[in-house]
Every structure is written in structure tokens, then in C-alpha cells.
Design a binder for this molecule. Structure first.
Ligand SMILES: Nc1ncnc2c1ncn2[C@@H]1O[C@H](COP(=O)(O)OP(=O)(O)OP(=O)(O)O)[C@@H](O)[C@H]1O
Ligand SMILES: [Mg+2]
Length: 303
């Protein structure tokens, strides 16, 4: 997990800077048929406009991303799917402010009064980047050092987030004593404890076995439901994207561009055996292969 400071071309705007947004359609709440509620307004969290990124390498220039346009709503779980080398990690690095785009702009809309937080967009990588010389609790406390909290309050807060990821009984363990899945849960707690505006997850479960991966998917979905965080989640795995995403965004091969978006219905948990799930998975895999016939079929979560 890295912390990213806002860079000059990555604007962070607060609520009052937002442009006018349409009010959502009214809907009925179950069990209360006589009352009509307004669906909360979808609020824009992140806007990416015409972003391009080129790298210089020994082989010459590599155009990693081309003309990326994306909007992510507050509280949305957006999954990015695409072939290897299409620029998924590059896009997360740009959003996090770890790299600068050559062209275009990235706007993060903040819901917090404080605009200069160094923890507004946090990345969790495939290999949880934890400090092995610190305990689980100390790893989670690490990012809180810069916040003006007392020791007791920091510890209580860290323990609350360890409980959220079901690791409260492992607080005093060292990192080498944990399984891969537990390490990713520590990384998640360490990110969430800082209350980021945006959580960027770069194939966080790719190195895990199938069962651990499915378990963590369920846990992440529950944590997302409870914390209402905005998440951008990169994966190679079609089933994982359909399980977790409100929307699946399919990238084309290099240079990466948005090829197709699939909006998913809000009902959860998603049933892998349902006709909807299997048909959508087949459709996305077809679209995936059309653009990248040379690449092995997307990793099978059920394989
Ligand atoms: N710092 C860098 N310097 C030079 N080239 C880079 C750099 N970072 C990424 N690239 C190149 O940009 C392209 C996109 O890389 P990126 O890591 O974003 O792809 P990806 O979609 O995340 O791939 P994967 O699914 O394998 O993780 C690749 O061709 C890569 O070699
Ligand atoms: Mg990558």
C-alpha cells in the first residue's frame, strides 16, 4: 500500500465544487409500500478525462494508455478488466498520483472538508506491502502516526478495523506468521483505517488459492457494503469482476482504452450459477478474446 499526495494536475475538489447532478428516480423500500423515497443522488467521485500515458523504455516509447474517459460514482465498486499490459496498473498509479498523465486530467471529488489528506487515494497491491518487522497491529497503526490521534484512540481505531477484517485475535502476530489471505486482510485494514476517499486495489487476490480468494471476495463485498467506500478494483478474472462490481469496465489491449462497460444489477450476493452470471461471463470472455486472441483465456476462477 502506498500513500499518494495530490499532484498538481490531479485536482481534488470538495462537494461545493461539483457540477449539478441529476436527482435519481424515486423507488419503494421493501416493507413500506405506502412511502415513496428519493434514491440518494449519485455523486461523482472520480472523473478521468482524455487521459494518455506513454513510457520511455530501452525499446522506445510505449504507449500504455490512450484516451481514457471514465466517471466513478461515490460508493461505487468499479472493476477494471483487461489483458496483461493494457495499462490497468498504470491507470491506478495515475489515479493515486504516483505517476502523471501526459495528457488529460483526473479529478477526485472529496466529501471531506480537509482537502490535503495524504491518504485520500490508497493502493492495495497484489502482494500486500507490509512491514515484516512490525506486528499486525503496528502495521495498521503505522499510517495513523501522521493523524493527530492519541495513542489510546489510535489503538482502538486500529483494533476496530482489525475486527472488521476478522483479525482482532492476530493483532500481536508478526507478518511472517500470517497466510497470504491474512496478509491481504491486514493491507485492507491498514488502508481502511485511514478512511480514504478512494480505495484502489490492483489484483489483490491474484496470488491466493481459489478458496481463499472466494472467501476474501465475500468479505470484501461485506466490508464495502458496511463502509460504503468507493473502490476501483483491477482483476484479470471475469468471475471476480462480475461477483464484486457494480460495473465492469473492459479495457482493450495495448495501448489500453475503454472498450466496453457492463452495468450490473444492484442485487447481491451474485450467484455464480445463475443464468445472468454465466451469460454475462460468456459475453465478457467473448469480447475479451475478440480484442486479444493471442492471449490465454482469462484466468478461470472456477478452474
Ligand atoms: N515505469 C515504466 N516504464 C516503462 N514502461 C512501463 C512502465 N510501467 C508500465 N510500463 C509499460 O506500460 C504498459 C502497461 O503496463 P501496466 O503494468 O500498466 O499493465 P497491466 O495492464 O497492469 O498489466 P498486468 O495485467 O500484467 O499487470 C506495459 O507495456 C508496461 O511494460
Ligand atoms: Mg498490472
Amino acid at each position: 500500500m502506498n500513500e499518494a499526495r495530490a499532484l498538481p494536475c490531479l485536482e481534488t475538489l470538495s462537494d461545493h465544487d461539483r457540477e449539478e447532478e441529476p436527482t435519481g428516480a424515486p423507488f419503494f423500500l421493501p416493507g413500506e409500500p405506502s412511502r415513496l423515497y428519493n434514491r440518494p443522488k449519485p455523486r461523482l467521485k472520480l472523473e478521468i478525462r482524455n487521459v494518455a500515458k506513454t513510457f520511455a523504455s530501452a525499446k522506445g516509447l510505449i504507449r500504455a494508455l490512450n484516451n481514457i474517459n471514465l466517471a466513478v460514482q461515490e460508493g461505487e465498486f468499479a472493476c477494471i478488466l483487461g489483458p496483461s499490459g493494457c495499462g490497468k496498473s498504470t491507470l491506478l498509479h495515475l489515479i493515486a498520483g504516483l505517476e502523471l498523465p501526459d495528457h488529460g486530467e483526473i479529478r477526485l471529488y472529496s466529501s471531506q472538508a480537509k482537502k490535503d489528506s495524504n491518504a485520500e487515494r490508497l493502493i492495495i497491491f497484489q502482494e500486500a506491502a507490509l512491514f515484516p518487522w512490525l506486528t499486525v497491529l503496528e502495521n495498521v497503526l503505522f499510517g495513523l502516526r501522521l493523524q493527530k490521534l492519541g495513542a489510546k484512540e489510535s489503538k482502538e481505531r486500529a483494533m476496530r478495523f482489525l475486527a472488521l477484517v476478522k483479525l482482532e485475535n492476530f493483532a500481536n502476530c508478526f507478518i511472517h506468521e500470517l497466510s497470504g489471505g491474512m496478509k491481504q486482510r491486514v493491507a485492507l485494514a491498514r488502508a481502511l483505517v485511514l478512511d480514504p476517499e478512494l480505495l484502489l486495489m490492483d489484483e489483490p487476490f491474484a496470488a491466493l488459492d481459489f478458496q481463499t480468494r472466494e472467501k476474501l471476495q465475500r468479505e470484501l463485498e461485506e466490508i464495502w457494503r458496511r463502509t460504503k467506500k468507493t473502490i476501483i478494483f483491477v482483476t484479470h478474472n471475469v468471475e471476480e469482476a462480475i461477483t464484486l462490481g457494480d460495473r465492469v469496465i473492459l479495457f482493450s489491449g495495448q495501448p489500453g482504452t475503454v472498450k466496453q462497460e457492463y452495468a450490473l444489477p444492484p442485487s447481491r450476493p451474485r450467484q455464480k450459477e445463475s443464468p445472468f452470471f454465466t451469460e454475462l461471463a460468456a459475453e465478457i470472455k467473448r469480447d475479451f478474446q475478440v480484442q486479444d486472441p493471442g492471449r490465454e483465456l482469462v484466468e478461470q476462477v472456477t478452474g
